[in-house]
Design a protein around this ligand. Structure first.
Ligand SMILES: Nc1ncnc2c1ncn2[C@@H]1O[C@H](COP(=O)(O)OP(=O)(O)O)[C@@H](O)[C@H]1O
Ligand SMILES: [Mg+2]
Length: 252
């Protein structure tokens, strides 16, 4: 039996007249990759922002292993074991790779291991392991701004790894990666999955979704239209029509 690491119920948020998220209920089981799929503007990123406390929900709830998280600040949600990446990466561009990764270790280390030289050494060790796992060791002293596109994506993943969180919310981490980088990325996900991490992956490329995810939640106009195993969801012609922009005319 796998536990549900994170659950949301009926999350909603609008911006002016736009209902960006309209009652999203989502469960992320431990050790599984849930792909959050849907057309542009479906509300995927906003759903992440509501969960992580980057945006306040109009209504709805979310909990981490039964602990309510609505109203918490992003750093408080992070301390409960949630690591997230951003579509635009949000690296410290003028800091080195190592400094970027070290910064991601801060939250949990000051919480779990207050002060001391040993805690600092452990953080450094975690940063080195994260750089090694993402293939960035040789670039540890390079500035983020000088990295190639794929290396920046892996730096963002190294920050996720270094946070040692057991819930990962990844916003298009594999977009624009070539095949060999995607395989490297897939290995990171599979290793995390094997450790029981609950992963939610926003991804547009359906080949990547099939390759990497166990489950799909299909989002459109702020609502989860379907949730289930990838093969079943992707075979549904109505969802395919929405995904590929061939939406049926709405009744006037
Ligand atoms: N901060 C914001 N202010 C106003 N509108 C927003 C904001 N964030 C998102 N939206 C709108 O909410 C909808 C969902 O956006 P988003 O969650 O980014 O979609 P996705 O990630 O699925 O492409 C879009 O119509 C978008 O323009
Ligand atoms: Mg988005």
């Amino acid at each position: 039996m796998t536990g549900i690491a994170l659950r949301s119920e009926n999350l909603s948020r609008s911006f002016g007249g736009v209902q960006a998220v309209a009652g999203v209920s989502l469960s992320l089981p431990e050790g599984q990759v849930t792909a959050l799929v849907g057309p542009n503007g479906a509300g995927k990123t906003t759903t992440f922002n509501l969960i992580t406390g980057n945006l306040r929900a109009d209504s709805g709830t979310a909990e981490i292993r039964g602990k309510p998280i609505m109203g918490l600040k992003p750093w408080q949600v992070a301390r409960l074991g949630v690591a997230r990446s951003y579509q635009d990466l949000r690296l410290f561009t003028h800091m080195t790779v190592r400094e970027n990764v070290l910064a991601a270790t801060e939250t949990s280390s000051w919480f779990w291991q207050p002060g001391g030289r040993r805690a600092q050494q452990q953080r450094e060790h975690r940063a080195e392991s994260a750089m090694e796992a993402t293939g960035l060791t040789a670039l540890a002293d390079a500035r983020a701004v000088d990295l190639a596109y794929a290396e920046r994506k892996f730096l963002s993943m190294a920050r996720i790894l270094a946070a040692e969180a057991d819930i990962w919310l990844l916003d298009e981490p594999a977009s624009g990666l070539d095949l060999s980088s995607r395989i490297r990325f897939g290995t990171l996900l599979k290793d995390a999955q094997a450790r029981g991490v609950a992963i939610c992956l926003i991804e547009h490329n359906l080949d990547v979704v099939v390759e990497l995810s166990n489950r799909i939640a299909f989002l459109d106009q702020g609502k989860v239209l379907a949730e289930g195993d990838p093969q079943t969801i992707l075979k549904d012609p109505a969802l395919a029509a929405i995904y590929f922009g061939d939406r049926p005319q709405e009744a006037a």
